[in-house]
Ligand binder design. Structure first.
Ligand code: SDX
Length: 383
């Protein structure tokens, strides 16, 4: 029996060390760079290099990295064949895009020559491949859901633009590309969040990178974690369904009070670490609102509704939006199908997960905590 105290949900527990990211009430940094600085000045490819390799890329390093990603975008034929079935799976309602993506990453492991090799150079090669391949999985899956032919990756487009292009068949405007790119920068890394911790536990057993990423995708899917960006948008759609689209403050307040009375969790609000607000949320909210302004009245009204919900939560509960709240509204404004919001989170967070898996493998000790036993006292089977 253990006598040590424990924290439910491991709240406040320091469970390891990392050089990758620091989440504080007052700041969020990736390898020393503040998130607002990165969102304003770095591309997603630059941030991905920073996380995976460990330093800001020189222009030669960035050029080579981008070329490597572009070269790795195509998928092995077994994965393409599987994705041809993904439309049926999703339309049968048993599977959702996060499940399809999880399975696709798992199949990719069988076809990766480096799969069983946990050495740093092999892990880096696998990280880059997955980073390049995941948008293609998302694009092909969305094509399949819509019953369309698969759109091949476009080597002239950036990571973000290509992701949007493969989903829709149209090259995005520079504005849409920028919004997607910043959202990927914001989502890339967040220390010991649940999915990253999952990846570290799996890699701590000396499990391989694809296995750890597969587990991390399963963890990210949940609505208390990454699945909240889809759930936040579904919640706003529910509010609109219930009260109509006139954004009547009294009706919004009544809806919220009923949710509080029912003890429902408002999706896209709250955070285990940030108690005064998530540093990423206002950055994405600003960009999303600008995009809504350009798209017209209906989208502006969506943001106005979100802002009402936000104000009521802040005034009455002192609970602030996390990044998933503006993400839901922003991706909706960009015309992205709601079930792809969390897969897109994966397209970014793969960088943070892979960095943590490499850090774990480079300095490993099995992660194996104790648990406080609260079951029956010892007893005899024959009594
Ligand atoms: C992400 O950790 C990360 O880094 C994750 C992430 C990342 O980048 O990887 O930032 C991404 O996962 C963001 C979180 C997305 N999830 C949601 O938006 C789902 C809704 N949020 C909550 O369920 C909740 O706030 C969590 C899960 C995010 C945090 O849960 P905690 O820390 O266990 O907090 P809690 O549930 O114990 O809540 C503490 C109090 C409770 O009130 P009391 O019982 O003490 O009176 O705050 C209330 C809760 O009821 N509360 C909420 C609420 N969040 C907290 N009340 C209503 N709606 C909410 N959203």
């Amino acid at each position: 029996m253990t006598t040590a105290t424990h924290a439910k949900g491991l709240e406040g527990v320091i469970a390891g060390e990392t050089e990758i990211c620091n989440v504080e009430q007052t700041s969020l940094v990736y390898r020393g760079y503040e998130i607002a600085d990165l969102a304003a000045n770095a591309s997603f490819e630059e941030v991905a290099f920073l996380l995976l390799v460990g330093h800001k890329p020189s222009s030669d390093e960035l050029g080579a990295f981008k070329a490597e990603l572009i070269a790795e975008r195509a998928l092995p034929s077994a994965v393409v064949e599987f994705l041809k079935t993904s439309g049926n799976l999703v339309n049968n309602e048993y599977a959702v895009p996060m499940d399809i993506l999880r399975t696709a990453v798992s199949i990719l492991s069988h076809l990766d020559a480096d799969c069983q090799d946990n050495a740093g150079d092999a892990n880096l090669r696998k990280s880059k491949r997955l980073l390049a391949q995941i948008p293609t999985v998302i694009g092909h899956m969305q094509n399949s859901i819509e019953g369309k032919d698969f759109i091949a990756p476009n080597a002239n487009l950036s990571h973000s633009a290509n992701l949007l292009y493969m989903m829709t068949g149209s090259e995005p405007t520079p504005e849409a590309e920028k919004v997607m790119d910043v959202s990927l920068v914001l989502y890339a890394e967040h220390d010991y969040n649940a999915s990253t911790f999952t990846a570290r536990v799996i890699s701590g057993t000396l499990g391989d990178l694809h296995g750890a990423v597969t587990g991390a995708i399963a963890a990210l899917k949940g609505k208390l974690h990454g699945g909240a960006n889809e759930a936040a948008m579904e919640m706003l759609a529910d509010i609109r369904n219930d009260i109509g689209s006139d954004n009547d403050l009294g009706k919004v307040t009544d809806w919220m009070h009923q949710a509080f009375a029912d003890k429902r969790k408002l999706m896209g609000f709250g955070h285990r670490v940030y108690k005064n607000g998530d540093h990423r949320a206002p950055i994405l909210h600003g960009l999303g609102r600008k995009a809504a302004q350009a798209r017209g009245e209906d989208f502006i009204k969506l943001f106005e509704l979100g802002e009402m919900v936000q104000k009521i939560m802040e005034d009455e509960k002192k609970i602030y939006p996390n990044v998933d709240f503006p993400c839901g509204m922003t991706y909706f404004t960009m015309g992205i199908p709601v079930p792809q919001y969390t897969p897109i989170f994966v397209a970014s967070r793969i960088t943070g997960w892979a960095a943590h898996i490499m850090e774990q493998h480079a300095n490993n000790r099995l992660i194996r905590p104790r648990v406080a036993y609260i079951g029956p006292a010892p007893r005899n089977w024959n009594d």
